[in-house]
Design a protein around this ligand. Structure first.
Ligand code: SAM
Ligand code: SF4
Ligand code: F3S
Length: 563
């Protein structure tokens, strides 16, 4: 019986026995009145996710755990009993952003002493664990990325009645890289499998799904902290991935993105199997590996593409994968991209620099010529494919001439989108042995110059779509425009600020919608909110450097083609 019902009962008794038992009533009421039952005993949580899509996917799993344990979502950090911060460490700024919120979190905790803060993600590195409490002073518990499956367990939220998988998660081990302890990714595949079996993945969309296929990174990029945060590459079993894709198809997802720091390397660490005997790929760059008879990304794309709907078409119409690395960008993969109907006509292929000597200092293990050769093959196999990339400017020792070579590569390759950043030295990475000798003002100038150059190239690429009808997978109703916060570099980003979406131009009740084409172009269109989750045909009549705008034509039925 709950305390509330006891109070009610006492009130009922008082009423029923009056007037001769009145003398007892105040004693009963006073005793019960002291008891203030909590409205809920399990915490409401707020998940603050920074960084890349892998973090978004990890947060979906953590939220799924908490919801399965009986917790509820809080609308804001301020109203939450539990704040989970899923950090990114790729650049200093990403970590500084979280450090900057420690004061606010400490104030919230003082006002509400029961509040707890957990910090996880790439900011939690084993080798620096001791310093974490000093840097993140409002945090109660730190979890490495590979410890995230233990979140609910370590918070004591998993009861004896919990599903078996939640009770049996064991403490993650560490692996050693360059003599230093780092995250181990060994168990993540198995914990994903049990999370899926127990319906503990709280997907952030009902249209587009993230599907991790390989955890960690084995590469040698000297500037990058990811291998030290996430440990070595570990591929999920082939059949687990195909099963997850099949379930997503059955649940009506329209788009699937296979995730990994290096999806092109998928499968090299899995055992050889007879059924994959036809795979004889040799690595085209980097360390030699025996890839024979092991599943690869090409095989995975074909298997997922092979999941068909009642009409014979791909059950999931759009299949994407990020991030690619030129090391394992095989001809088999290129052929699969060309032959699988569902594989979207977009590839994200980081180049990082357009200069061979800089690439060598970066430990990227390819040359600009090798990169361009791969890109040429892809463009030949998938005509009109959109290409995006990552670039770092101002890396150690980058001369003006070397920076100009990167600009020349942009002019030559004509990317659709470039994600660029100034080099930021990261603790424990090999590049710390090189002098960070490009002054901050020069890095900033180079970054601005590169972004301006790309804005023109992006605009030219987007103008090629003017007058065309494209298939847009409508993802969301656009929120009201946020004012630009000068202290928040993420506020007023390109997708929000460039082209004001038009509401009300497609008839009564229409709102501002946005979605993406198969070529990953962001499109703004006015239409009925019921279009969210559906493909729509849109006629493009405006192009900006980062997005397109159009008017609704009809439901989609034909592929996008650039004349
Ligand atoms: N695995 C991907 C690849 O092979 O390029 C990229 C993953 S990384 C998390 C995302 C991007 O962050 C990189 O492509 C790189 O451009 C950028 N990045 C990584 N470390 C950086 C650093 N120390 N300073 C600036 N940018 C960095
Ligand atoms: Fe970092 Fe290089 Fe691995 Fe990408 S491939 S995550 S840039 S080390
Ligand atoms: Fe950041 Fe980690 Fe992703 S460092 S970019 S969240 S893999």
């Amino acid at each position: 019986m709950t305390a509330k019902s006891l109070v009610d009962l006492a009130a009922d008794l008082t009423a029923a026995t009056a007037p001769d038992r009145l003398v007892l009533a105040p004693t009963v009421d006073a005793g019960l009145a002291e008891f203030r039952p909590e409205t809920h005993s399990l915490p409401s949580f707020f998940m603050w996710t920074l960084g890349c899509q892998m973090n978004v996917s990890d947060s979906e799993e953590m939220a799924g755990q908490l919801l399965a344990a009986g917790c509820t979502r809080a609308a804001s950090m301020e109203s939450a009993d539990l704040v989970v911060i899923n950090t990114c460490a790729v650049r200093e700024h990403a970590e500084a952003k979280v450090i900057g919120r420690q004061g606010l979190l400490a104030d919230l905790k003082r006002a509400r002493p029961g509040m707890r803060v957990v910090l996880t993600g790439c900011g939690v590195r084993e080798s620096e664990r001791e310093g974490l409490a000093k840097r993140f002073r409002a945090v109660d518990m730190f979890l490495r990325p590979d410890e995230e499956p233990e979140l609910a367990l370590r918070l004591g939220l998993v009861s004896a009645q919990a599903p078996i998988g939640l009770q049996t998660v064991s403490t993650a081990a560490t692996t050693v890289l360059g003599g230093r302890p780092v995250s181990a990714a060994d168990r993540l595949g198995a914990s994903r499998a049990s999370a899926l079996a127990e319906n503990r993945v709280a997907r952030s969309s009902t249209i587009s799904a993230w599907l991790p296929i390989v955890y960690g990174c084995d590469k040698t990029c000297t500037y990058c902290i990811v291998p030290f945060s996430r440990g070595p590459e570990r591929s999920r079993p082939f059949d687990d991935i195909v099963t997850e894709a099949r379930e997503l198809a059955a649940a009506g997802f329209r788009e699937l993105t296979l995730l990994g720091q290096n999806v092109n390397s998928y499968g090299h660490d899995l055992p050889a199997e007879e059924r994959f005997a036809h795979i004889e790929t040799e690595r085209s760059a980097g360390r030699k590996l025996d890839l024979r008879s092991r599943p690869d990304l090409a095989e995975l794309l074909c298997a997922i593409d092979g999941i068909r709907g009642a009409d014979g078409g791909p059950a999931i119409p759009r299949l994407r994968f990020i991030t690619s690395h030129p090391w394992d960008l095989s001809d088999r993969l290129i052929d699969a991209m060309a032959s699988c109907d569902s594989v979207a006509e977009h590839l994200h292929l980081p180049i990082q620099s357009g200069d061979d000597a800089t690439l060598q200092r970066m430990g990227r293990q390819y040359t600009v010529a090798h990169y361009k050769e791969r890109l040429g093959r892809i463009r030949e196999a998938v005509p009109g494919i959109a290409i995006s990339t990552d670039v770092i400017v101002g890396f150690c020792g980058e001369t003006e001439e070397q920076f100009q070579a990167t600009l020349a590569a942009l002019d030559d390759i004509r990317y659709d989108t470039v994600f660029a950043a100034a080099y930021s030295p990261r603790p424990g990475t090999p590049a710390l042995h090189l002098a960070d000798d490009v002054p901050p003002a020069v890095k900033k100038r180079r970054l601005n110059e590169l972004l301006a150059r790309q804005a023109q190239i992006g605009l030219d690429r987007n103008r090629e779509w003017l007058g065309h009808d494209v298939e847009v997978l409508v993802e969301r109703v656009m929120p009201p425009r946020r004012p630009i916060d000068p202290d928040d570099p993420d506020s007023g980003d390109e997708s929000e600020s460039e082209i004001p979406p038009l509401a009300g131009t497609a008839g009564q009740g229409s709102v501002a919608l946005s979605g993406r084409t198969r070529h990953n172009k962001l499109v703004h269109v006015a239409g009925d909110p019921s279009l969210v989750g559906h493909a729509a045909r849109v006629h493009i009549d405006h192009a900006g450097p980062f997005a397109l705008r159009g008017r609704l034509v009809k439901a989609a039925d034909e592929p996008d083609v650039l004349a």
